[in-house]
Design a binder for this molecule. Structure first.
Ligand code: NI
Length: 172
């Protein structure tokens, strides 16, 4: 399919809630998902949400094997998640550095729920139901925020916890 342009922070579309997917297993949905994967791969992302390529639908993809942008990240299975519902477990939160393809070059320290159950559907309409923790839970929370028009800098407790990668991580 195609590598699409990723909208950057400031684009009004990134702040709009996305609409649910109503029809599964369609050519249109398959095309969107192929474009999301092509775009994520081209930019070495660990996740991407449909609104980031200008499609206001509740579709996210994510997955990590070995990623040069996140050298210490634990693996996360490659997943298509549609119309997700998130439910935090236990209330414990954890801080971690996040980046976003819509906020290139920057990282921010964001607090997320450590333990998470998420449900939703894949592109064929098959249900997904997983209970996860740590980095996997963080990625899902970050990507699903995009569906509600939230970018991670909006969750920072202190603007000083946002910075350029080369300044924050001098060893890289
Ligand atoms: Ni993002």
């Amino acid at each position: 399919m195609a590598v699409r342009r990723v909208l950057k922070m400031g684009d009004p579309m990134l702040y709009q809630p996305a609409a649910p997917v109503e029809k599964f297993d369609t050519g249109e949905l398959d095309g969107l998902i192929a474009d999301l994967f092509d775009t994520m791969a081209a930019l070495n992302g660990v996740g991407l949400a449909a609104p980031q390529i200008g499609v206001s639908r509740r579709v996210v993809i994510f997955g990590v094997e070995a990623n040069p942008r996140y050298p210490h990240a634990e693996p996360v299975p490659t997943t298509v998640l549609i119309n997700p519902v998130l439910e935090q477990i236990g209330g414990e939160m954890e801080e971690g550095w996040e980046g976003c393809l819509s906020v290139p070059g920057l990282r921010g320290l964001v607090s997320r729920y450590k333990n998470l159950r998420y449900t939703g559907f894949d592109q064929r309409g098959r249900p997904i139901d997983r209970t996860v923790s740590g980095f996997h839970a963080r990625v899902v929370q970050h990507e699903c925020d995009h569906l509600d028009g939230i970018l991670y800098p909006m969750r920072l407790k202190d603007i000083r916890l946002l910075g350029f990668e080369e300044a924050l991580f001098r060893e890289l």
